[in-house]
Design a binder for this molecule. Sequence first.
Ligand code: FA5
Length: 360
Amino acid sequence: MKDQLESIKKDFSTAIEKVKSLADLADLENKFLGRKNGALTLAMKELKNLPKSKIAEAGQAANEIKKNIELKIKSLKAELSQTGSDGFFDYTLPGQESPLGHLHLVTEAIREIAAIFERVGFERMRYPEVEWDYYAFESLNMPKDHPARDEWETFFIDKSPISKKFGLPAKASATAGQRVLTPHTSNGQVRDMERGKLPIRMMNISKTYRRQMDASHTPMFHQFEGLVIDKDINITHLKGTIDYFVKNFFLPAGEAGGPDREIRLRPHHFQFTEPSFEIDVSCGVCGGKGCKLCKEGWLELAGAGMVHPNVLKAGGIDPNKYSGFAFGWGVERCYMMKSGLNIDDIRLLYKNDLRFLRQF
Ligand code: FA5
């Protein structure tokens, strides 16, 4: 059997060199792989007559030769299909298009969100994703051991700081604390105030991290934070800005105010804003009936409120002269609630399954 297989392999190598056209190739394929009389097919039928101890080894060798023959035939077929049987290449044939990819859905959402806010004067800033406790919590009116910190289910880094020089609090009296993977983009609030430029219209879009995982939570997700500080800023400015974003992001062009999505502001508590709200959207997956994603018809998308005087003070701003609002939204959840999409599990966005990604 071994010799027979070797001779088939050799014959095929010689024969394929002589193939000039697709018709020759079809004959060759039939000669070696044809169902009834193909040389390799017949050899493989003989396998069952071998002694049992030899069958596995010979079968494996035959399969390898078969795979090799199929591969060579396939590649020659592709080559000959480009060139006519007489060797003429037809340059007027339409070219074969290379498959085109697209940016990841979350990247697309981030670009769209940034453009919406840039149109009304927000400046995009970047602040650290590996952050000091001070900026993630303490400067936001959450002293050490304050129970409100628990909500952020934070990853603390059990190592001494990487760089003592960069990014330490500007206030000489403040202690930087431990390092964390920033659990929210609000770490950018006091950092931005410390730049010393007023008024502020800042947005910070960044990766954020928490010990959470289910249909509406991932351990790494993105938030976008808005911070506005100026004289006489009040709650109507906050509501107007939320309204502007919602109308531009969730509803298809020309349908602003359409009935398919509703937004509500729900009173809430954050240590760093007073008053505080959470922003919910009527769920686009179940149409507001309640499902595994939203539970009761509304999906929470963001937190927001008027900046707390203690936070302004931490950033060196006089709360008697200036006021401001801030908000922080989940990018993935916002994307999932866009009109016409039906994504009922946030984890789908990070599975990198092409069958899912190609639909967008
Ligand atoms: C905050 O993180 C506040 N920093 C928001 C804020 C900013 C309030 C400024 C006031 C002023 P919260 O923990 O609710 O709030 O998170 C905000 C949003 O992030 C959520 O509504 C949700 O859309 C998103 N989010 C939170 N955790 C996850 C997670 N694990 N996976 C995906 N998205 C999440």
